[in-house]
Design a protein around this ligand. Structure first.
Ligand code: AMP
Length: 284
């Protein structure tokens, strides 16, 4: 696996591969790899000939009071993990390489960004849309892989690709979980032992919502109350939001209809650590 830290060099490399008719698959990440990241990398190999993993903790998607500075980083470990999976290139530019002096452009996606993560983390999706655009221009992929773990992000990225005419197929990969159901996340390392134990209740709460739907409940508020009720049993958890939405357009009808794909979204704080998770199901 080759490590690339310059945009120009990355572009030269992908140009060569493209001339040979090879399909390029890109997996954008912020590093500190876990099995969720590795599953995306493995999936990437099924979609093309050349796999590029990008590793960039993007400052523009963090708010001023968020965890950019303390976001976990371990380049050597990431290098070894990606390399062991058979990734071809690890594109790991510096902040200065991506946002040099005089940098002055921002990409704003207006759809899907006014609620949930977009509302709670002002400017977050502008940072995501901007960096994803730059990553796409640096790696020129035919396919890019994103995780369902960040469901709202997948809608924003699809909208970006559609609106700006990127000739890139977006693939969404399922969420990889710990054995107790906690969605893998680089941020899980922030959790104390006690917090880590309680964190598994997020998935339990999502399951309660799923149970409600499988019982035939179609009312959004009632489904949501099952999730909230479970979370409220754990005083260590502070709910940021619970939402039940149509998973394709993020609309929130009062009643869902049979056959509709529904996502239950949860964001909670455990101490200072903010965790998100979601589950998608079909109304029976
Ligand atoms: P991150 O490094 O957290 O920005 O994540 C990079 C990519 O991995 C994003 O597309 C995430 O949605 C995805 N991802 C994060 N956690 C998981 C997980 N537990 N399972 C599958 N994909 C994940």
């Amino acid at each position: 696996m080759k490590v690339i830290d310059k945009v120009q060099e990355m572009q030269n490399i992908v140009n060569t591969h493209r001339k040979r008719g090879e399909r390029i698959v890109c997996v954008p990440t912020m590093g500190y790899f876990h099995d969720g990241h590795l599953s995306l990398m493995k999936l990437a190999q099924e979609y093309g000939d050349v796999v590029i993993v990008t590793l960039f903790v993007n400052p523009t998607q963090f708010g001023p009071n968020e965890d950019f500075e303390r976001y976990p980083r371990d380049f050597q470990r990431d290098y070894e993990l990606a390399s062991s999976i058979g990734v071809d290139y690890l594109f790991a530019p510096t902040v200065e390489e991506m946002y040099p002096d005089g940098y002055s452009t921002k990409i704003i996606v207006n759809k899907f960004t006014d609620k949930f993560e977009g509302l709670k983390r002002a400017g977050h999706f502008d940072g995501v849309a901007t960096v994803v655009t730059k990553i796409f221009n640096a790696t020129k992929p035919n396919v890019a892989i994103f995780g369902q773990k960040d469901l709202q992000q997948t809608l924003v990225v699809r909208q970006l690709v559609k609106d700006l005419l990127f000739d890139i197929d977006i693939v969404i990969a399922p969420t990889v979980r710990e054995s107790d159901g906690l969605a893998m996340s680089s941020r899980n390392v922030y959790l104390s032992r006690e917090e880590r134990e309680v964190a598994s209740q997020i998935y339990r709460a999502l399951q309660k919502g799923l149970d409600a739907i499988n019982k035939g409940i179609t009312n959004r508020d009632v489904i949501s109350s099952y999730v909230q009720k479970h979370l409220s049993k754990f005083p260590q958890l502070t709910v940021d939001y619970v939402a039940v939405v149509n998973s394709e357009n993020f609309e929130e009808p009062a009643e869902f209809v049979p056959g509709e794909n529904v996502a239950i979204l949860v964001a909670v704080y455990l101490g200072k650590t903010r965790l998100i998770d979601n589950i998608i199901t079909k109304i029976p």
